[in-house]
Design a protein around this ligand. Structure first.
Ligand code: PLP
Length: 263
């Protein structure tokens, strides 16, 4: 007897040569969540956890060529998008999502924790108008929510107001990540687009100051996509993914003298 077929999840994102974030983190996460990961590269970075030295964008045509090869062979259950870098690459990604109608988690990656710009400034408006409205879920951190709304939420009450405004503005569900809140209690809030009046679902974690969380956003959005590919509902998928990231931070991996997320 053969095993039941393994769900397939797709990452449309960028290479992190240090493999802590980007497509490498996504693939490790897909594996850890027992789904088969396939990938379409938008760009490459020369990077380690201290910073990004160079970025090389691929052509939109080459991105499309990768997507064509994947789509004609695999039954993709869900996708995530990560660092897409430029307006033409975002447009190409949006075209694919529009045509395929698979659930998609959009991680609106803009700036690395190290300070590197991962999204060209002229691409922000295209992301807002063409990509976000197609998402099943968008997962901004507080800085990204600030760019999407024009004002950065700073406190938990700010986050409540910002989440409502985000679903109102973009018409899709949002997981607003409070990892950059002050203090040790971290809160992520899930705002579902069809539950505008009810309270958001809240996911909490304790900050672990001994861990470098480079790649945590990539890991979370990949884990959500993996759970969606298995057929879970959005709240279930976010709950499972949040628990997975929490464990990955609480039980880190030491490389040299630094602790990193254990995918
Ligand atoms: N590099 C790539 C290719 C990424 O996709 C991302 C985040 O999405 C980063 C770097 C930034 O990672 P972090 O801000 O967690 O260090």
């Amino acid at each position: 007897m053969t095993d039941p077929t393994t769900p397939v999840a797709l990452s449309i994102a960028t290479s992190d040569s240090g493999a802590g974030a980007g497509i490498q983190a996504d693939l490790k996460t897909f594996s850890a969540r027992d789904v088969y990961g396939v990938t379409a590269f938008a760009a490459l970075t020369a990077q380690n956890p201290n910073g990004v030295a160079a970025i090389e964008a691929l052509s939109p045509a080459f991105l499309q060529s990768q997507l064509n090869q994947l789509q004609t062979y695999y039954e993709i259950g869900a996708a995530k998008t990560g660092m897409l870098f430029s307006a033409p690459l975002i447009k190409q990604t949006a075209k694919f999502i529009h045509e395929t109608d698979i659930p998609v988690v959009v991680d609106p990656v803009m700036v690395a924790t190290s300070g590197a710009t991962l999204l060209q400034p002229d691409a922000i408006e295209i992301m807002k108008s063409e990509l976000l409205p197609l998402a099943t879920l968008v997962t901004p951190n507080l800085d990204e929510a600030g760019v999407l709304l024009g004002q950065r939420p700073k406190t938990k009450p700010d986050m409540m107001a910002a989440g409502r405004q985000l679903i109102e503005t973009y018409g899709v569900s949002f997981l607003l990540k409070g990892g950059h809140l002050e203090g040790n209690e971290l809160v992520d809030m899930l705002f579902l687009k069809d539950q505008k009046k009810t309270e958001p679902l809240i996911f909490t974690a304790q900050r672990n100051p001994n861990v470098n969380t480079h790649g945590s956003g990539c890991t979370l959005s990949a884990a959500i996509a993996a759970e969606l590919a298995k057929g879970h509902s959005l709240p279930e998928a976010v709950g499972e993914a949040h628990a997975y990231l929490k464990a990955a931070i609480q039980n880190p991996l030491t490389i040299g003298e630094t602790n990193f997320i254990r995918h």
